[in-house]
Design a protein around this ligand. Structure first.
Ligand SMILES: [Zn+2]
Ligand SMILES: [Zn+2]
Length: 143
């Protein structure tokens, strides 16, 4: 398929097909988070998050949302499919202008290799932490 927007971008969606999205940007960074909130909603010991600019994000379908304060004090607004409950993306305080899509929702998650790991202090003993990427005990230190 010839589509010039796909040279840089990617697409994704939910399990049932109710939600589809397109990113016109390549992933800026992909972070694996081992915090307890990500564990609860992630289906295993951690969740993978891929960050893109919100002006490069196009969503089709209606998402449900769940807002919760993180231990950083930031409000995180998580969006998910109301039918099949797939996690799609979140936005949060302190990260204005960015969309954080769940890497598991990408059509091809192989394009979003992990750049760093955070909250590894909370990682479960049996979960894998890639030793080849930088990791932080809690949140990523602000650059
Ligand atoms: Zn769905
Ligand atoms: Zn987390």
């Amino acid at each position: 398929m010839v589509d010039s927007t796909k040279d840089e971008g990617f697409e994704g969606g939910c399990l049932c097909g109710n939600i589809r999205y397109q990113s016109f940007s390549k992933p800026l960074i992909t972070v694996h988070c081992y915090c307890t909130d990500c564990r609860h909603i992630g289906g295993t010991g951690h969740a993978a998050h891929t960050v893109i600019p919100d002006n490069a994000f196009s969503l089709v379908g209606r998402v449900s949302e769940y807002i919760k304060k993180a231990d950083s004090g930031n409000l995180i607004n998580r969006r998910f499919c109301p039918i099949c409950a797939s996690a799609i993306f979140h936005t949060r305080d302190g990260l204005e202008g960015m969309i954080v899509v769940r890497t598991s929702s990408l059509d091809d998650p192989e394009i979003a290799l992990p750049d760093r790991a955070i909250y590894v202090d909370s990682a479960l003993s049996w979960d894998y932490i890639n030793p080849n990427i930088p990791s932080s005990p809690k949140m990523t230190v602000k650059r």
